[in-house]
Design a protein around this ligand. Sequence first.
Ligand SMILES: Nc1ncnc2c1ncn2[C@@H]1O[C@H](COP(=O)(O)OP(=O)(O)O)[C@@H](O)[C@H]1O
Ligand SMILES: [Mg+2]
Length: 254
Amino acid sequence: MSLLEIENLTRNFGGVTAVANMSFQVNTGEIVAFIGPNGAGKTTLFNLITGLIKPDYGTIKFKNIDITGKVPEKIAALGINRTFQNLQLFNGMTVVENVMVGAHRHGKQGLLQAGFSFPGVAKEERFILAKAMEKLELVGLTDKKDIPVEILPYGQQRLLEIARAMAMEPKMLLLDEPAAGLNQGETDILGDLICKLPKMGMTILLVEHNMDLIMRISHHIVVLDHGSKLFEGNPGEVQNDAKVIAAYLGEEIV
Ligand SMILES: Nc1ncnc2c1ncn2[C@@H]1O[C@H](COP(=O)(O)OP(=O)(O)O)[C@@H](O)[C@H]1O
Ligand SMILES: [Mg+2]
């Protein structure tokens, strides 16, 4: 079943067409990767889907609902969440608090206020804490829960950001370069984690430059070049396509 349907999506920045007449569909439970050189439009595509920016043209449908141009909060409430290319954790808070912020309907402020308030809220906080601990366990950070986030090693901070994005229990999770800066061991852990998510009811959109990871975990790959869709197919088809090799994969394959 098609969960996400993108049709003729277009976004210009001044003279640059960052996303050009892009159409594709994502099925429920798939891991779909978006690859292409820097500046190809991958992050812009994620920004459009999550409502951070609005398209000039085209439509985005999620669960058959037209979400084109809706505000980020509305889109998140429908079950779409993301991580960012650059880490966006809250320094000064612990590891588990960072995940709780992700789960909390009222964000960071709600979490802080709840510390001083009445029993109903305390109950809700316990629920959110339990949910947050579940997510920490999934990414292997249970024993780090009480340490300040800023002293967590970088690779674990990236995993934590995924745990936080999962805290809202989204139906679709967008990961923008989650393996950036990770070593091989950390990348393997990340790959195993992402592979588990569809079984938990999540559909994954992934932007990554690490081709080994992409080819290992993706069901479907969309290749972008200068804002346009150059090709799409399964990993084998992408690796063997002459256009893709010429535009992007060439130097990585040989
Ligand atoms: N907010 C913005 N303002 C102006 N230009 C932008 C903005 N965001 C992206 N761009 C431009 O759009 C193009 C695509 O960028 P981006 O989506 O970040 O590519 P990628 O994530 O594939 O590296 C680039 O030329 C970039 O400079
Ligand atoms: Mg990017």
